[in-house]
Design a protein around this ligand. Structure first.
Ligand SMILES: Cc1ncc(COP(=O)(O)O)c(C=O)c1O
Length: 393
């Protein structure tokens, strides 16, 4: 197991606060920040454009980052597209897939708006959408997905780890069932990559969208989209960097991934993401998973022992612990925790209004754990929430 206290030295802000909001975005380690600074100070140029030394060096570093991320996810670099976030990746698929009127998509009520609204927008334009409900702990019964299939179903779009419950879905099995019926799968990996091992060859999914700025520890404004069969799509977004020729009214697209990365990308961000993923690899994602799960289960157990607290989600959870303090609004709880103990937790509907309503509340408090959190921070959180009893009785 790695030394969490040594790891914390690479995240200076952790000396200032108790950061329990890594589901929203993680902190970025010093080596990744240094990679960004190095780019600006030593070789900033554009990617894939130009023969001069700075353009060449930039392109090499950018493509090295792609190799690193692809290796980490066990995917081919040619199928690994950089985006600005998970949302952009999912929208790219929704807007580029060759839909026909009457096509059908299966998704779930668990989804973050980023994996729901792109499908609801298609629904307005003649594509049918079925939304499958989870159980009370945020688990999707695989057979409910299968029961939703029709002859016209083209895609199952589902999250691997719920950002509201921390529940983990069996996306490998869902992909197997979908493929047996000739249906493609899109996995929202925003809360899985970097937190639990993700092996795209083994998962077998057709599309996998994730963030660079969450479990992969990269900077904000970075994301990753895996496309198993790039030739089946023409990106809805084309322009600079995506074509090899234009003549009259026709153009020839570059092969993947260039054809999916229109315009100047977030070059410093992607280079830093590559360095961040190397950092995660060095610690080991299985070790990170074990550490996060240990902390979150302990926090969930101890919070649920408090009479004035309700904890949501399954016992078997990832690093996410949603809860409410009876009689206090989630935003008030978050504000008090911040003001009194410098504890940073998220409150609200977590960009997932349908599933928050399913819990019969309008918001929850969410404590989320990453590789750099400690048992002492669990103590601080639990003691602070225990202390809120005086406000509600
Ligand atoms: C499950 C899930 N999907 C999608 C997103 C959107 O991610 P991004 O902000 O990278 O677009 C999030 C963000 O929290 C999320 O938790």
């Amino acid at each position: 197991m790695y030394d969490v206290y040594a790891v914390r030295e690479d995240f200076p802000v952790l000396k200032e606060v108790v950061y329990l909001d890594s589901t929203a975005t993680t902190q970025t380690p010093i080596p990744a920040v240094e990679a960004m600074v190095e780019y600006f100070y030593k070789y900033a140029g554009n990617h894939g454009r130009g023969a001069h030394r700075l353009a060449r060096e930039t392109t090499n570093h950018y493509e090295d980052a792609r190799e690193t991320v692809a290796r980490f996810l066990n995917a081919e670099a040619s199928k690994t597209v950089f985006t600005k976030n998970t949302t952009e990746g999912i929208n790219l698929i929704a807007n580029s897939y060759p839909w026909e009127a009457g096509d059908h998509i299966v998704t779930t009520l668990l989804e973050h708006h980023s994996n729901l609204l792109p499908w609801l927008r298609l629904h307005k334009n003649g594509v049918n959408v079925t939304v499958v409900n989870p159980d009370d702990e945020g688990i999707i019964d695989t057979s409910m997905i299968e029961n939703a299939f029709t002859e016209k179903t083209r895609l199952v779009a589902i999250t691997q780890v719920s950002n509201v419950f921390g529940s983990i879905q069996d996306v490998k099995n869902i992909t197997k069932l979908a493929h047996r019926n000739g249906i493609k799968t899109l996995i929202d990996g925003a809360q899985s990559a970097g937190h639990i091992p993700v092996n795209l060859k083994d998962l077998g999914c057709d599309f996998f969208a994730t963030a660079g700025h969450k479990g992969l520890l990269g900077p904000q404004g970075t994301g990753v989209l895996y496309i198993k069969e790039p030739d089946m799509l023409e990106s809805a977004s084309v322009g600079g960097g995506t074509i090899s020729d234009v003549e009259g009214y026709t153009y020839v697209l570059e092969p993947s991934p260039a054809c999916f990365e229109a315009g100047t990308p977030n070059i410093p961000g992607v280079i830093a993401l590559g360095r961040a993923v190397e950092y995660v690899e060095k610690i080991g994602v299985s070790e990170i998973e074990t550490h996060e799960i240990k902390l979150s289960r302990e926090a969930a157990k101890r919070l649920s022992e408090l009479e004035h607290v309700e904890v949501y989600g399954p016992e078997d959870r990832g690093g996410i612990v949603p809860f409410n303090v009876k009689g206090l609004h989630a935003h008030d709880v978050a504000l008090i925790l911040d003001q009194t103990r410098k504890i940073c937790v998220r409150s609200g509907h977590h960009c997932a209004i349908p599933i928050t309503r399913f819990l019969k509340v309008d918001s929850t408090v969410r404590a989320s754990f990453a590789l750099y959190n400690t048992k002492e921070e669990v103590d601080i959180l639990v003691n602070a929430v225990a202390g809120l009893k005086a406000l509600v009785c």
